[in-house]
Design a protein around this ligand. Structure first.
Ligand SMILES: *[C@@H]1O[C@H](CO)[C@@H](O)[C@H](O)[C@H]1NC(C)=O
Ligand SMILES: *[C@@H]1O[C@H](CO)[C@@H](O)[C@H](O)[C@H]1NC(C)=O
Ligand SMILES: *[C@@H]1O[C@H](CO)[C@@H](O)[C@H](O)[C@H]1NC(C)=O
Length: 166
């Protein structure tokens, strides 16, 4: 049953992804939405992640408004070494091309794979309860930070890592 649930979700995701792929991640951000999301992030002291988003202003980036960001906090970001030309790749690894409240995420059983902003990399859900919910290696520690626009975001306690071939 859990397996069936997982596969159903995966199929729904892939259908949605196929539909949105052509216009995803090719055009400038919708500034209104992204600025609103950045405001929400700053209000909860996710300054580093907000700054990375600002850095992409004008570069090729998701214009799809259907986005969820998974944000490591400033302490995590400052301990990592992201070079300027890796900012886009870093953000894509910390995004899901769908707007998901934590309540939406919480319906995914452990083992569900959701696409990241990088089509070649999937995020694996570990859902043991609210307060014990992981996206790959990172735990969601601050749910529903972005609420002012269609863009959603949640704070995580680590840089998201991907296994090879994941
Ligand atoms: C950007 O988002 C705002 C608010 O949701 C919307 O009103 C506007 O039409 C969008 N602009 C574009 C270019 O999609
Ligand atoms: C983003 O770029 C546009 C034009 O390239 C500029 O007008 C705007 O001020 C920039 N926004 C930020 C937040 O840097
Ligand atoms: C997607 O991930 C792969 C594997 O890490 C990487 O080689 C590629 O550059 C990434 N693509 C983008 C657009 O970030």
């Amino acid at each position: 049953m859990a397996l069936l649930g997982c596969c159903l979700f995966l199929i729904l995701f892939l259908l949605g992804l196929a539909e949105s792929q052509s216009q995803t991640f090719n055009h400038p951000f919708n500034r209104t939405d992204i600025q609103a999301a950045i405001g929400d992030m700053r209000a909860k002291s996710y300054y580093g992640f907000a700054m990375l988003l600002q850095m992409l202003n004008g570069t090729s980036q998701p214009n799809n408004r259907d986005l969820t960001f998974l944000m490591p906090d400033d302490k995590e970001l400052s301990a990592s070494s992201i070079s300027i030309d890796e900012v886009e790749e870093f953000l894509l690894k910390h995004a899901i091309p769908m707007p998901l409240y934590f309540n939406d995420l919480s319906h995914f059983p452990t083992g569900t794979l959701v696409p990241s902003g990088n089509r070649t990399q999937m995020i694996r859900i570990h859902n043991r309860a609210r307060g014990d919910f992981f996206v790959n290696n990172a735990q969601i520690v601050s749910a529903n930070v972005c609420l002012s626009s269609v863009i959603k975001c949640h704070g995580v306690d680590a840089i998201i890592e991907y296994d090879h071939g994941n």
